[in-house]
Design a protein around this ligand. Structure first.
Ligand SMILES: [Zn+2]
Ligand SMILES: [Zn+2]
Ligand SMILES: [Zn+2]
Ligand SMILES: [Zn+2]
Length: 464
């Protein structure tokens, strides 16, 4: 049995391809081409979707769209048909309900099927094709896949069950997020990338950051009217941009309340931020967000220096960014903003280099410190961890799930040479992103996850 590859599929994420365009997304109860849903929640109307008779894994609103997609679907469909013939089954998930699979085995079942089919294909699968295997239209409880007997949740259209007994109560916890994810996927599939402008508000007096990111964004940055004009989907994407810088600020604010020796956020005149394990599509997808949410929200802050390091940071030239990334406010107010990129570089190598400037805060977003196979199957964190704590400044970690956050902390404690001062034990982060992502690897814990959902703040214990 192939081992579950934990990293690549852990958090099945972006809907953008390498060119920044919206990629094809698999939505099990819609036409793959035009995304017309089986049930239209607005009109209440229902259409009969045509399931591909070859593989029974993908559906269309009619022959025209099936034909349109056939050239792309053909080779995968044929491989699936070979498997079905060999095993004498009408569909890949047929009869799964009789196997009584545990959550772990059910994941392995889907994953192994996907690997098997991919091996027989002469190319690697597209993300939407992987989604066909990982998130099929089956009963959430028993996994039976007889489409004619499956009901769907009328609210989120993303949850399927064969009978009332299999309609789980825990679904209520995720229904709203699944609906938001569906809405985002449909809007982006139909219209392309959703525009999301960064706010251009400049805050002139320092006020404490409130207890939620949305509250801060709506009340202090874009205004209620602005938020209404943006629409929910666009605002959701804005929370994802904002979550990275604002999590740092909120973490620093709370840490300063708890201990001596950390300056009050409103008094900071300059900040050097080290972002460890950075990746282009997440931390650096919009560099202006660092300016807007640091320099525009902290009136006293005059200078911001952000260094991005990481072995998975690729596609950017090394060194400080030449372009002036400041917004007009910061230019007028003579505020300085420097972005420094250290691509393909481990943090433990960076700290020894001439480019190293002592940080005021070190951050590792959604880091998975606990994973021993985080980077190309090897454990690079062991060397990095002592460096994260070296200067005794706050170290902010974020994690996706409640299970991961304490594991990250445990790893930190084990690998650190010095005792740690826990400024904020693992807890839900009020500045997490609101954009839902599907989670495969720990789906039984939470089928939906958010960037920066949990936060932990520590530093090296100072010697008194
Ligand atoms: Zn269609
Ligand atoms: Zn097919
Ligand atoms: Zn069932
Ligand atoms: Zn639902």
């Amino acid at each position: 049995m192939t081992e579950l590859c934990t990293l690549d599929l852990l958090y099945f994420d972006g809907v953008e391809n390498e060119e920044g365009e919206i990629r094809a997304i698999f939505i099990p109860n819609s036409c793959h081409v035009c995304k017309t849903m089986r049930h239209d929640s607005e009109s209440g109307s229902e259409i009969k979707l045509l399931s591909c008779s070859g593989c029974r894994m993908i559906a269309y609103c009619g022959l025209a769209h099936q034909k349109e997609h056939w050239a792309q679907h053909k080779d995968l469909c044929k491989v699936v048909q070979q498997v079905l013939r060999k095993e004498g089954r009408p569909s890949l998930f047929n009869g799964v309900e009789k196997l009584n699979l545990s959550p772990e085995s059910w994941k392995a079942f889907r994953y192994n099927l996907m690997v098997r089919v991919e091996k027989a294909l002469t190319r690697s699968m597209q993300p939407y094709e992987q989604e066909m295997f990982l998130y099929p239209r089956v009963c959430n409880q028993c996994r039976m896949d007889d489409g004619t007997k499956l009901n769907e949740c009328p609210d989120c259209h993303s949850f399927f069950y064969c009978c009332d007994q299999h309609l789980s109560i825990t679904h209520q916890e995720w229904c709203k997020d699944l609906k938001l994810l569906l809405d985002l996927n449909i809007e982006q599939s139909k219209k392309g990338r959703i525009d999301c402008m960064l706010p251009h508000q400049l805050l002139e007096t320092f006020e404490e950051f409130p207890a939620s990111l949305k509250e801060f964004l709506v009340l202090r940055m874009v205004g209620a009217m602005g938020a209404f004009a943006m629409g929910r989907n666009s605002l959701t994407l804005l929370t994802e941009f904002a979550s990275y810088p604002l999590t740092v600020l909120w973490g620093l604010q709370e840490a300063a309340k708890l201990t001596d020796g950390i300056p009050h956020l409103g008094d900071r005149k300059s900040l050097v931020v080290h972002i460890v394990g950075a990746e282009l599509p997440f931390e650096c997808n919009n560099l202006a967000k660092w300016d807007v949410f640091f320099l525009n929200t902290l009136p006293a802050l005059k200078s911001l220096y952000v260094t991005f390091t990481g072995p998975e940071l690729t596609g950017v030239p090394a060194g400080t960014w030449d372009d002036d990334l400041r917004c007009p406010h910061c230019e007028r107010n003579n505020k300085h903003f420097v972005c420094d990129f250290q691509p393909n570089t481990f943090y433990h190598d960076f700290v020894k280099s001439k480019n190293y400037i002592r940080p005021d805060v070190v951050v590792a977003f959604n880091c998975g410190l606990y994973r021993q196979t985080g980077f190309q199957g090897s454990d690079s964190w062991a060397k990095t961890i002592p460096c994260l704590l070296k200067e005794g400044v706050p170290l902010i970690l974020t994690a996706y799930t409640a299970a991961e956050a304490p594991l990250d902390l445990k790893r930190l404690q084990e690998a650190s040479r010095d005792p740690l001062e826990i400024l904020m034990p693992p807890q839900k982060n009020p500045y997490r992103s609101s954009r839902p992502c599907r989670n495969f690897v720990s789906e039984e814990e939470s089928p939906i996850i958010f960037k920066n959902q949990y936060i932990t703040v520590v530093r090296k214990q100072s010697i008194k």
